[in-house]
Design a protein around this ligand. Structure first.
Ligand SMILES: Cc1cc2nc3c(=O)[nH]c(=O)nc-3n(C[C@H](O)[C@H](O)[C@H](O)COP(=O)(O)OP(=O)(O)OC[C@H]3O[C@@H](n4cnc5c(N)ncnc54)[C@H](O)[C@@H]3O)c2cc1C
Length: 394
């Protein structure tokens, strides 16, 4: 297999994972990140078996398991009474069915684990303070240009620069982002502020009219993660760092289940963040002869299936395999893209559809919908059962 020099724009979860998959195959990799420091904000992230298969090949399963929590089940509840409407097993059953666990961990911990792995391959793999502005390509390679006036050369470029990707803009042009009508509140609460045996260690979704709440534990149960989605016309930025008044959060979930009130009451009042969720329809091409995309840059998604970062990890693993199988770079990028387009589009569309499912207007509608569907069976069949390391690439 030919050893390539690969440039990656963005040291987020997807860029760092891809860097390690590629260095493991013997490629020379440089990751360019705009931030002055390598750090992650945000809160919880869920890693299902379909990503864990790939992370395992990097030797990371132990570190991820140690930093995280394995939830017992995925539980759908009514927003006010908390009554369980449907439940599917995640712990032993997920591992038995798919051969890898389902883990929930803090994004910062996950990012640190991925960065340490990449730096173990190459200590200077991440170059900070390097904001990518654009790239040029020839038949032989790419040049990546930075805001500080410098540039870097490589055989190919991977745009892993997230939702507002400049590499995507250059490859596919402007793509419309439509405000969904939803904003995502995010808080984390140390467990000692909550009553003993507060909520069972499961992935809980409280479904209400015009909103839903997701709660699960992080850091070996030491922290509770809360994401509260609410429909609102007040549109702000798509960002983990937009703070909003605690009083707004409290008002948005007035009348919801007492466990939700307990968590909101225990939150740090100056650390309530709100992300305005935008939707972007799937695209059918994200590569040129020498450049491609992965993660949110390629297929931004709503978080309603918890698969955004998971897809980014799948992408990196499949891209490394495609480059090992196909020595011609344009053909390898096509092989990668061809094998990722349909799956990622399906996840994006299903995530969008889950907005409807989680925001049904009445208890009767929720009961009728869940009487018709078996979420666990469905997801086990097509979503969690994918393995990016063994799936046949065609
Ligand atoms: C509320 C919420 C909950 C979520 N929960 C989950 C979950 O449970 N499970 C899950 O799998 N996913 C979840 N996601 C989605 C997940 O966060 C994203 O899909 C994931 O972070 C995408 O990773 P990425 O590496 O593609 O992009 P990012 O993590 O956004 O990383 C992009 C990187 O590129 C850098 N960058 C950007 N522009 C430039 C530039 N011009 N030059 C250089 N560097 C640049 C950025 O600074 C950043 O470091 C959630 C999302 C939200 C909003």
């Amino acid at each position: 297999m030919a050893r390539r020099k690969i440039l990656i724009a963005g040291a987020g979860l997807g860029g760092l994972a891809a860097a390690s998959f590629l260095m493991k195959e013997g490629h020379e990799v440089e990751v360019y990140e705009q931030a002055p420091q390598l750090e992650e904000v945000g809160a919880g992230i869920q890693i299902s078996a379909n990503a864990m298969h790939a992370l395992r090949t990097l030797g990371l399963e132990g570190a991820i398991t140690k930093a995280g929590v394995r939830p017992g089940a995925y539980v759908f509840r009514l927003h006010d009474t908390g009554e369980v409407i449907q439940r599917f097993s995640l712990s032993e059953e997920h591992e038995r069915l798919h051969g890898a666990p389902y883990t929930q961990l803090h994004r910062a911990d996950f990012h640190e684990i991925l960065a340490a792995r990449a730096r173990a391959f190459r200590p200077d793999v991440v170059r900070l303070n390097k904001r990518v502005t654009d790239f040029t390509q020839t038949a032989d390679g790419v040049t990546l240009n930075f805001a500080d006036g410098s540039s870097a050369q490589g055989d190919l470029l991977i745009g892993a620069d997230g939702l507002k990707s400049v590499v995507r803009k250059q490859i596919v042009g402007e793509t419309p982002a439509t405000y969904t009508g939803d904003a995502a509140w995010r808080i984390t609460v140390p467990i000692e502020r909550l009553p003993k045996n507060f909520l069972e260690p499961v992935m809980s979704v409280f479904m209400g009219p015009g909103g839903h709440v997701v709660m699960y534990y992080l850091r070996a149960g030491a922290m509770l993660n809360f994401v509260g989605i609410i429909e609102t016309d007040d549109v702000r930025d798509e960002s983990w760092t937009v703070k909003m008044p605690w009083e707004r959060l409290k008002a948005d979930f007035a009348g919801w289940h007492e466990a939700i009130q307990t968590v909101i009451d225990a939150a740090d009042k100056d650390k309530c963040y709100r992300w305005s969720l935008h939707n972007r329809p799937p695209i059918r091409n994200w590569s040129t002869a020498r450049a491609t995309l992965l993660g949110d840059a390629a297929h931004p998604t709503l978080p309603y299936l918890a698969q955004g970062a998971v897809m980014a990890i799948e992408d990196g693993a499949v891209l490394a395999r495609a480059l090992a199988m196909e020595s011609d770079i344009p053909a390898a990028l096509q092989l990668y893209q061809r094998n990722r387009i349909d799956r990622t589009a399906r996840i994006v569309l299903q995530s969008t559809d889950n907005r409807r499912l989680f925001h049904l207007r009445s208890e009767a509608e929720i009961r009728a919908e869940f009487a018709r569907r078996d979420e666990g069976k469905d997801r086990n069949k097509w979503l969690y059962s994918y393995n990016p390391i063994t799936v046949e690439l065609r």
